[in-house]
Ligand binder design. Structure first.
Ligand code: PGA
Length: 247
């Protein structure tokens, strides 16, 4: 049996004062629950560590450089994230892909850099609305995964997580139906099973895209959905904890 994971993605939200209440509420409310994490903006990693250290809630970042160190102004390396106690880092979130030019190759390099640093990368994949309407969801998701597989190999995914996030469902209030999500999750797992049945059966595949307390239970009840990557609802402690409880 795979365990569940619920990871919050705060995106570019927060302040030292508002984060404190949110982090404390998540830490206290998630007590005992395994598989809860928050991915916070870089400047708040130290704060996340100071509030969450010693609790069951892990923390991480939303992006990482593909480089180890050097003249890369504005970038943050995997080793720096490890320095701040991060366990997870997102790689290839659709907002990075669409606004910051993270191509499949760049995402694969970031994923590899995260692993090399000892982080658990959360590889985000998903199709746009136009791609879904064109009937190429499977092709798009497979292409995004294959770029990472060809660089890092299937064994890398025994230390990684995949998040399926249909772009049309992110921040839109429009959730994939449990059946729509399950269909893509199954396809993703089959893609990994082609390379390793064992890795595929153990791989945590999260769903992301307008997960709310009201739809989490049904989504997480699907056979191939192992939890969620939560954006907007992770900024409201009560909602995030309700989603964690649903897992
Ligand atoms: P959302 O975001 O829950 O606000 O749709 C999900 C994500 O972008 O990870």
């Amino acid at each position: 049996m795979r365990s569940k994971l619920v990871a919050g993605n705060w995106k570019m939200h927060g302040s030292l004062s508002s984060n404190l209440a949110l982090l404390q509420a998540v830490r206290d409310g998630a007590k005992g629950a395994a598989g809860v994490a928050v991915c916070v903006p870089y400047p708040y990693l130290a704060q996340a560590r100071s509030v969450l250290d010693g609790s069951t809630v892990a923390w991480g970042a939303q992006d990482v450089s593909e480089h180890d160190q050097g003249a890369f102004t504005g970038e943050v390396s995997g080793a720096m994230l490890v320095d701040f106690g991060c366990r997870y880092v997102l790689a290839g979130h659709s907002e990075r892909r669409s606004f910051y030019g993270d191509t499949d190759a760049v995402v694969a390099a970031k994923f590899a850099a995260a692993l090399k640093a000892g982080l658990v990368p959360v590889l985000c994949v998903g199709e746009s609305l136009a791609e879904r309407e064109a009937g190429i969801t499977g092709e798009v998701v497979t292409r995004q995964i294959d770029a990472v597989l060809s660089l890092s190999g299937v064994a890398a995914f025994s230390r990684a997580v995949v998040a399926y996030e249909p772009v049309w469902a992110i921040g839109t209030g429009r959730t994939a139906s449990p059946a729509q999500a399950q269909e893509v999750h199954a396809l993703i797992r089959q893609r990994f099973a082609r390379d390793s049945a064992e890795v595929a059966s153990r791989l945590q595949i999260l769903y992301g895209g307008s997960v709310k307390p009201g739809n989490a239970k049904e989504l997480f009840g699907q056979p191939d959905i192992d939890g969620g990557l939560i954006g907007g609802a992770s900024l409201v402690a009560g909602d995030f904890l309700a989603i964690c409880a649903a897992a």
